[in-house]
Ligand binder design. Structure first.
Ligand code: ADP
Ligand code: MG
Length: 160
């Protein structure tokens, strides 16, 4: 299951993230790829806000991992693996976050071997000043994620 969509401005990107947030299960990994300025953090902020986080979500570049509490034990976990390029993957124990968390990871290529078997992969491509293309696909054979992906696509088509 994979699909693409385009957003014409920052607001549309936040809205797409909000639509995804309403479909997320208790535990889920979302891998965000895209060059600097593509919109990874903007998308993450949209997700976090829709999940009810009131604190400002900034890029965790200097901390690598930031956690925001959701309901009960559930957390929203924002990982930025950029700085792990040099230090190596074992500086972050991503296994800690395998269950009951919504995990968003940027620069996952630096800890590829630590990723779960299945996750939602979103690649953001810069088109022009305010337009971005999103390519969404499910990595691994996870039926729940594939359904989620289909529902998200339908939501996005409704709104455009
Ligand atoms: P990244 O985290 O990928 O480096 P950011 O989300 O920090 O990127 O920055 C994206 C920048 O691009 C922001 O300044 C945002 O306002 C701008 N922008 C313009 N158009 C869009 C769009 N369609 N979607 C997301 N961001 C956009
Ligand atoms: Mg960022």
């Amino acid at each position: 299951m994979s699909f693409k969509f385009q957003t014409e401005n920052e607001h549309a990107t936040r809205q797409a993230a909000q639509q995804l947030a309403s479909l997320l299960p208790d535990a889920c990994w979302i891998r965000l790829d895209g060059e600097l300025g593509a919109g990874k953090t903007t998308f993450t902020q949209g997700l976090g806000k829709a999940l009810g986080i009131q604190r400002a979500i900034k890029s965790p570049t200097y901390t690598i991992i930031k956690e925001y509490p959701l309901q009960e034990k559930r957390k929203f976990v924002h990982i930025d693996a950029y700085r792990l390029e040099e230090s190596g993957a074992d500086t972050v124990d991503v296994d800690l976050y395998r269950h009951d968390n919504v995990v968003v990871i940027e620069w996952a290529q630096y800890i590829e071997e630590s990723l779960p078997e299945s996750y939602l992969h979103i690649q953001i491509r810069y088109i022009e000043a305010s337009a971005r293309e999103f390519s969404v696909n499910v990595v691994g054979k996870d039926e729940m994620l594939m359904n989620l992906c289909e529902q998200w696509q339908q939501e996005i088509q409704k709104g455009s």
